[in-house]
Ligand binder design. Structure first.
Ligand code: KIV
Ligand code: ZN
Length: 561
């Protein structure tokens, strides 16, 4: 008995002795054409209504797409209506060309011409299927018959377009040998050449030849070979713009498009987030942003990707996956501790080195470039390391914890993630920080205090501290002087029960939230047993913050933090 997988016919690559595309680089953006409103729309459970299509169209225009396939006007009254509304409603900017699709069938072509009356710039896109399989199974026709369909359509389109062109319409043509990837390449060249000739293509009036992977059936390198071969063999190459229309059945639509560009293609038909028949069309966002991350201007604006995603989800009722490149909910999130640590280090490196390049491990792109927030880059769960919590404190709340404190606070957060068993949101991390450090105000609390400061003739400053402290129910006063507020405070508590701590380290900085600027002091003390403990004090007064920090450390130590 045959095994189930043996029923599949493997793709037969064309024989290429030499190929140039592997040595080439993508250096500039292709001509982009959106097929969201046609290929994308036809694949929706509920196709978009007029309002949704208009909203989608305007978003594409704002992104900077200059060629937009708006639909299949001959296919239904709704499609016709949408085409008319776009034209009559003045929705199409002067620098945008609408594209309309039609099968290579006379009555549909005629209706399509009716639909585009009055438009300024139009690409009339017609197609028929050319692959061996389609010829055998669907059309029961030989290559001559299939070519005849394309040539007849080309002749009719040329004829019908002349009066429109004469009346000032910028009307161009596009032909797709549908199922190109499964067509014998020499035949694909033959039919496309026949179409070019019948549309009177010239180097000045090029015709778009759109070569689709209608169903992606081979590895992208084989497809690139087909494109390079096709381009080499096409007699009127200089009269054509080579366009690609990749679908994504094998999940390699992006690679197919990129390798196809290397092989000489100049234009890409794509959709936002890869919507389209079955597994979708190639994703325009991924393709464009892949170029962007290689230092190439994609000529499309995805600087507010969330807004575009919201529009997409609202209009199509589709969902963008959490791991969808550049836009998914989780794509700027690192759960692994070592990744978090490296991101943290990369961020510091960027700040310190003032590097003009993006050099942060695990983040192929600056989230800000697509309008994403920096905050959710790191999410804290039980897999996270000590650096992650500190990173959240810095990037979400402006607290720059000293390096030595990362492990201590990381442990507090870790215990909590183990306890709750879920991810901790930044606000919860802040709460933990508050509870464990800033609000560590028992048993010792500073009730009131004053400082007196003077500088002697040698320029040395002397500070005197006088304050009232509470220890549980007992209130007592202390006084001391030193060369600064911290020294004075330490000397003041000398002789009290709390003087068994030694001062190890101190860091203070300002935190600004809105117009409210406060100082935060991180104090590291060592107890008699040699154990280190951190305390944190926050105050509008920069002299008071460290004192609160000292008491926070003492209180934490006493309560066995
Ligand atoms: O996928 C395809 O082949 C198409 C054609 C109509 C271009 O959508
Ligand atoms: Zn398609």
């Amino acid at each position: 008995m045959k095994k189930a997988y043996e029923k599949y016919i493997p793709f037969v690559p064309i024989k290429m002795k030499t190929r140039q595309w592997p040595d080439r680089e993508i250096k500039h953006a292709p001509i982009w054409c959106s097929v969201d409103l046609r290929d994308g729309n036809q694949a929706l459970v509920d196709p978009m209504n007029l309002e949704e299509k208009l909203e989608y169209f305007h978003t594409l225009v704002n992104i900077g797409v200059k060629e937009i396939e708006i639909g299949f006007p001959s296919a239904s009254e709704t499609e016709y209506e949408i085409c008319r509304t776009l034209i009559d409603g003045g929705h199409i900017p002067d620098d945008v060309t609408i594209q309309v699709l039609v099968q290579a069938r006379p009555h549909l072509i005629q209706k399509t011409f009716d639909a585009i009356q009055g438009a300024k710039h139009v690409i009339l896109h017609f197609y028929n299927s050319t692959s061996t399989l389609q010829r055998k199974v669907v059309f029961h026709s030989d290559t001559a018959g299939i070519t005849q369909i394309a040539v007849d359509a080309a002749k009719l389109i040329y004829e019908l377009s002349q009066p429109m062109i004469a009346s000032g319409m910028d009307l161009r043509y596009e032909y797709s040998p549908e199922s190109f990837m499964g067509t014998e390449m020499d035949y694909a060249v033959e039919i496309c050449q026949a179409v070019l000739e019948n549309l009177h293509a010239t180097p000045e009036k090029k015709v778009i030849l759109n070569l689709p992977t209608t169903v992606e059936n081979c590895m992208p390198n084989y497809f690139a070979d087909e494109i390079e071969y096709f381009i080499q063999k096409l007699p009127s190459r200089d009269c054509a713009i080579i366009s690609l229309h990749p679908h994504n059945d094998r999940g390699s639509g992006v690679a197919t498009a990129e390798m196809g560009l290397l092989a000489g293609a100049e234009r890409i038909e794509a959709t936002l987030f890869g919507n389209g028949e079955r597994t979708g069309n190639v994703d325009m966002v991924t393709l464009a942003m892949n170029m962007y991350t290689q230092g190439i201007d994609p000529k499309l604006d995805f600087s507010n990707i969330n807004k575009i995603r919201d529009m997409y989800e609202r209009c199509t009722k589709m969902k963008v996956g959490e791991r969808q490149p550049y836009v998914g909910e989780l794509v700027f999130t690192a759960f692994s501790g070592s990744h978090q640590d490296a991101i943290n280090k990369g961020t510091h490196y960027m700040e310190e080195s003032n590097s003009e390049f993006w050099e942060i491990p695990y983040l192929p792109i600056d989230p800000a470039d697509v309008g994403r927030q920096y905050e959710p880059i790191i999410r804290i769960n039980s897999q996270s390391g000590k650096g992650g919590a500190a990173f959240v404190m810095q990037h979400n709340f402006g607290f720059e914890l000293p390096k030595a404190m990362h492990a201590e606070f990381g442990h507090i957060v870790q215990v909590e993630t183990d306890r709750v068993g879920t991810e901790l949101k930044p606000d919860r991390i802040y709460e933990l920080f508050q509870t464990h450090y800033i609000n560590a105000t028992t048993p010792y609390q500073l009730i009131r205090h004053s400082f007196a400061e003077f500088t002697d003739d040698d320029g040395h400053s002397h500070v005197t501290f006088a304050g009232t402290l509470r220890h549980k129910e007992t209130i007592f006063s202390v006084q001391g002087s030193g060369n600064g507020p911290i020294d004075a405070f330490f000397n003041a508590i000398h002789g009290q029960k709390i003087d068994r701590f030694t001062f190890v380290d101190y860091k203070e900085h300002a935190i600004t939230r809105g117009s409210d600027s406060q100082a935060v002091a991180y104090i590291l003390l060592r107890d008699q047993a040699g154990r280190d403990v951190f305390g944190v004090g926050v105050s509008h007064n920069i002299n008071l913050a460290p004192l609160k920090g000292i008491l926070s450390a003492i209180n934490r130590s006493i309560s066995g933090c």
